[in-house]
Design a protein around this ligand. Structure first.
Ligand code: NAD
Length: 255
């Protein structure tokens, strides 16, 4: 049985490691897709279309409200509804708090937190009208655990690991998940997040081996691990789950 048959999903950050894995998994389950990124993600979209999939691309900077609204409009025009939003677009930021430039703080918060919020806002009218919606945000273990570095063991880890701006942006993503879940529950819209641990991708190319060794299941996460969790939260089967931040971190951090 196809778990997303008849459903329409808008995925931001669809050109990236996790976004493209979510897109491919959703396509396998029969969803129609709008794949959005800073430029339309042709490398993900084209093979999907060649395989007979139902998808469109959108160039949308998530910090720019008109871009997002245009992507939502394009989705509704193409498919007539919008059931699922997956907020994957994000950027990483590394280095010590003591020297973090103010502009870097603003940049990270703008993409990861404000961008996710603007996308949520943009899909609410259509989802409310349908009386059905699934929003899944990408949080992070870093929004919960104060970061990976153990500078008292290896001072070099601090400069190679996610910083306070990234952590604050992802903690903020968890917070908007809680708030919107309550606000939209009566409209049939669920709002959840997944909080991945380190996933092998361009974002974690420099992940220190000392930290990798601390992941109990003995490996980095895979984009497909995250996509599977997103699929569950985006499916009809998860209708009684809302306001949840689902850890996908190989046992690295349990709360
Ligand atoms: P990635 O760099 O492969 O993909 C991120 C995508 O977001 C890219 O395609 C990029 O173009 C897009 N993007 C960035 N800024 C944008 C903007 N302003 N507007 C539109 N699109 C924009 O990274 P990934 O590993 O696939 O991570 C995806 C998400 O998962 C991010 O939100 C990240 O914070 C989160 N996450 C990743 C990890 C990890 O270890 N990789 C762990 C926890 C959480």
């Amino acid at each position: 049985m196809s778990r997303l048959e008849g459903r329409v999903a808008l995925i931001t950050g669809a050109a990236g490691g996790i976004g493209s894995a979510v897109a491919r998994r959703f396509a396998q389950e029969g969803a129609a897709l709008c794949l959005a990124d800073r430029t339309a993600p042709r490398a993900v979209l084209d093979p999907m279309l060649e395989a007979g999939g139902c998808a469109i691309g959108a160039a949308a900077d998530v910090t720019h409200r008109p871009d997002i609204e245009a992507a939502v409009r394009a989705t509704l025009e193409a498919f007539g509804r919008l059931d699922i939003l997956v907020n994957v677009a994000g950027i990483v930021s590394m280095g010590p708090a003591a020297t973090l430039p103010e502009e870097e703080w603003d940049r990270v918060l703008a993409v990861n937190l404000k961008g996710s919020f603007l996308c949520c806002q943009a899909v609410i009218p259509a989802m409310r009208q349908q009386g059905y919606g699934r929003i899944v945000n990408l949080g992070s273990v870093i929004g919960k655990n104060g970061g990976n570095p153990r500078p008292w063991i290896d001072p070099g880890e601090q400069t190679r690991a996610s910083n306070a701006a990234y952590g604050a942006s992802k903690a903020g993503v968890h917070a908007i998940t809680f708030f919107l879940a309550r606000e939209l529950a009566a409209d049939g819209i669920t709002v959840n997040a997944v909080a991945p641990g380190p996933v092998a991708s361009a974002m974690t190319a420099d992940f220190p081996a000392t930290l990798k060794a601390l992941i109990p299941v003995g490996r980095m996460g895979r984009a497909e691990d995250v996509a599977e969790a997103v699929l569950f939260l985006a499916s009809e089967a998860a209708g009684f789950v809302t306001g949840e931040v689902l850890d996908v971190n190989g046992g690295m951090w349990a709360d």
